[in-house]
Write a protein that binds this ligand. Structure first.
Ligand SMILES: *Cc1c(COP(=O)(O)O)cnc(C)c1O
Length: 223
């Protein structure tokens, strides 16, 4: 783990921007070490792995779910998750609402948008999302609260392309705020930026950067 890099990232964040330390595939000891150093927000992308770590580690950690979430896995995270960044379908949002009811809580969520070139990335298109937000069924979901948007840029060295995709996400955020969330004061988050592109994301208005490998070292394996 690179504590110096962590400190450098923390110091570079503008006021109001939070760091999600992405600890996927990393052992609980690494999380505990960064916790000792003051970090409280951690991001995971596998539900069972997050559950296991949640059980082992201090209870004031804020767990953020950042990866594609299958509906049948929501139950593993619903009791304690602080923010789900990756709502990419209406079906998933309905399941999160259902599990939130079971746990007698309201779960904060971000809507994930597909702004990258790669087909493999998940997320709504603006049209799909608008259709959901206009539907009466959406209005009935009382146990989820939409706090903003999330997106991932294309994996490329072309910085202008990455910047353009972050600008696109920022525009989506503004449009949704105006059209659907002007009365929702929690609708204020733009989750964008990872180890390789968080500088650009900050310049384009990110409020949550999700950084893993710069802090914890290269991923051991990817699933
Ligand atoms: C793994 C991951 C990150 C962190 O990526 P790094 O390049 O390791 O910083 C951020 N967001 C999502 C959705 C991820 O899956």
């Amino acid at each position: 783990m690179n504590i110096e890099k962590y400190d450098e990232i923390r110091a570079s964040l503008p006021a109001g921007v939070r760091l999600v330390a992405v600890s996927k595939f990393k052992p609980a000891e690494d999380i505990a070490a960064l916790y000792q150093h003051g970090q409280r927000v951690f991001g995971e992308n596998h539900a069972q792995e997050m559950k296991a770590k949640h059980e082992m580690l201090p209870k004031d950690i804020e767990w953020h779910f950042i990866g594609h979430l299958q509906t049948n896995k929501v139950k593993y995270i619903a009791p304690y998750v602080s923010l789900i960044h990756s709502i990419d379908s209406f079906e998933l949002l309905k399941e999160v609402n259902k599990q939130a009811i079971k746990n007698n809580r309201v779960i904060p969520c971000l809507l994930q948008f597909h702004v990258a070139e790669e087909e493999t990335k998940f997320g709504f298109t603006s049209e799909e999302c608008a259709a959901m937000l206009k539907s009466p069924e959406f209005q009935e979901l009382k146990n989820v609260k939409i706090h903003g948007v999330m997106g991932m840029a294309t994996f490329t060295d072309n910085k202008e392309q990455v910047r353009g995709e972050f600008q696109h996400l920022h525009r989506i955020f503004q449009d949704l705020k105006t059209q659907f969330f002007s009365q929702n004061h929690d609708f204020k988050e733009i989750s964008m930026g990872m180890s390789e592109d968080y500088h650009i994301a900050l310049e384009e208005g990110s409020t949550l950067v999700r950084i893993g490998s710069s802090i914890f070292g290269p991923r051991n394996y990817d699933k």
